[in-house]
Write a protein that binds this ligand. Structure first.
Ligand SMILES: *Cc1c(COP(=O)(O)O)cnc(C)c1O
Length: 522
């Protein structure tokens, strides 16, 4: 195979075949893109630097005796390479993102403008406190909103993601139990529909995890949970609204029962956007709950973050919460970084992070909250629930909605693959959706539903956008029900067709091998 400097490989695309019907392998304005190693050349360079003066090497036999092998490209070649790659990504700025259990897929430009103000963007964690009063005020104001919206006693702002917040909450529970001389409580109960991070967190903190079954209508089996409560139970971790997109109606009852036997209630608040402004977790007896700022209070978290997972605490757990805290005093804002007798951070379990949390996320979340106001946030929850129910009811005659008959859903609609043709599963529907121009929904999660398709439209989509998505999904689902074999090899219009994802996961090729060298070696 030969590769020329522009990355175009004359022999690579089979011209005129179904896979590559064009000379270049490009499809209209969708451009093929080779690896940068294939485009670049180790003998070319985009910069001109004078040869360095020769100095005696002190590396001895560790000195490199061959070229480093980095591809050289000119500036326009480099820019084009990364721009072409970026066009192969699906993004919230391109279209609807139906992923469930992900919530926020809205990225208001105002947030970005605020987060980029130099006073927030360039703030240094070691800057003297009197030079960063504005940043501390943002953290303090946001903390006030979070505590108010949840009706809780305090909030630890520093955890950096939902899972990190879970660990923070469970460590506070552990510290509280130990302070009471109850370190012997070793069991945390987790419903079987829980997000995977819940049992992982409990196990990581040293607890034994026990599953609580779900009822036929997709909620925690309260009777089974109560039957398991006892002196060895440290607490429960419950997601509400849960990962089936349903509100746990027995929450208050569950909290009372757990408290009655001396345990604590952790709530996974990743789905808070479905109830914000309508339900206050503190009223449900919850002791600790993380809030994914990157889900409920904007900024999409695809592509690895950054996230932010502040944890709100009840009165019982507040003394054990981690440092630091921002406090408002007559002289200005103070950063509390040590246990102090005069405030209520007297039994803190320590710290979660070296510094103070994700300033950029705090700024975005506060911007989002202030631009909506209290009434606007309530509307967020209402619209998120309305949109999800519109999807649920528009498709429950096409697909099986396992919990559809038991009433409305919260912020996400859940379907199974139960009525697809023999041999067809959720993956075929998902791949068909790619041909229709959509990123697929969350698949095969939650585990309690066979071939789960979890769809969360969010509050920001218009009826027209929902109608088009519903039409696309209905069309693909009908093909899967009719056993259309073309669907088994979809997507057909994407740069790559159906990939062997198992092979890619099990035997990933992480090192590029130069085909010219490989050829020479043969
Ligand atoms: C996203 C999510 C988490 C984990 O949050 P991260 O910020 O990704 O660590 C936990 N629980 C539920 C229900 C979630 O949706």
């Amino acid at each position: 195979m030969s590769i020329n400097a522009s990355g175009w490989r004359p022999e690579a695309p089979q011209q005129g075949t179904k896979a590559a019907p064009t000379f270049t392998g490009n499809k209209a304005l969708m451009l093929e893109e080779a690896l940068i190693f294939e485009i670049g050349d180790t003998t070319t360079t985009g910069v001109e630097v004078a040869a360095p003066a020769r100095v005696a090497s002190r590396l001895g036999d560790l000195a490199r005796n061959n070229t480093i092998g980095l591809p050289g490209l000119s500036e326009p070649e480099t820019v084009r390479h990364y721009t072409r790659l970026s066009r192969q990504n699906y993004a919230i700025d391109l279209g609807l993102f139906p992923l469930g259990s992900c919530t926020m897929k809205h990225n208001p430009r105002l947030n970005e403008k605020m987060a980029r103000l130099p006073g927030f963007a360039d703030v240094h964690p070691l800057a003297p406190v009197d030079t960063v009063q504005g940043a501390l005020e943002v953290i303090h104001q946001l903390a006030h909103w979070l505590v108010t919206l949840t009706a809780m006693d305090s909030v630890a702002m520093s955890p950096k993601a939902g899972a990190h917040g879970e660990l923070c909450g469970i460590l506070a529970i552990k510290a509280a139990l130990e302070a009471r001389g109850q370190g012997h409580r070793t069991v945390i109960l987790v419903p079987e529909s829980a997000h995977g991070t819940n049992p992982a967190t409990a196990a990581f903190a040293g607890y034994t995890v026990e599953d609580i079954p779900a009822t036929a209508d997709g909620r925690v089996d309260t009777a089974a949970l109560k039957a398991r409560l006892g002196p060895d139970v440290a607490g429960v971790m419950i997601t509400n609204p849960n990962t089936c997109g349903l509100f746990e109606r027995d929450m208050r009852d569950i909290s009372d029962a757990v408290h009655a036997v001396g345990g604590f209630v952790y709530c996974d608040g990743a789905n808070f956007n479905a109830i914000v402004g309508r339900v206050r977790p503190g009223d449900l007896g919850i002791d600790a709950m993380h809030i994914n700022l990157h889900k409920t209070f904007s900024t999409p978290h695809g592509g690895g973050g950054p996230g932010s997972g502040p944890v709100v605490f009840s009165k019982a757990l507040s003394p054990f919460a981690p440092l630091p805290f921002v406090e408002k005093t007559a002289e200005g804002f103070r950063l509390i970084e040590e246990e102090t007798a005069e405030d209520h951070h007297t039994q803190t379990f320590g710290r979660m992070v070296a510094f103070n949390g994700q300033m950029g996320m705090f700024t975005r979340a506060l911007t989002y909250i202030l631009s909506h106001g209290a009434d606007g946030l309530r509307q967020v929850a209402e619209d998120a629930v309305l949109n999800a129910n519109y999807i649920l009811r528009s498709l429950d005659k096409t697909l099986v909605a396992p919990f559809g008959p038991s009433g409305p859903c919260m912020h996400e609609a859940l379907f199974s693959d139960d009525n697809l043709a023999e041999g067809f599963s959720t993956i075929d529907v998902a791949k068909g959706l790619i041909d229709e121009g959509y990123h697929p929904m969350t698949m095969y999660f939650p585990l309690v539903v066979h071939g789960a398709m979890l769809i969360e439209p969010t509050e920001t989509e218009s009826k027209a956008a929902l109608d088009q998505f519903i039409g696309a999904l209905r069309s693909v689902a009908e093909r899967a029900k009719a056993g259309d074999v073309a669907l088994k090899s979809a997507p057909h219009f994407a740069p790559r067709s159906r990939l062997d994802e198992t092979m890619a996961a099990r035997k990933p090729m992480l090192v590029w091998k130069d085909p010219l060298l490989a050829e020479a070696a043969e």
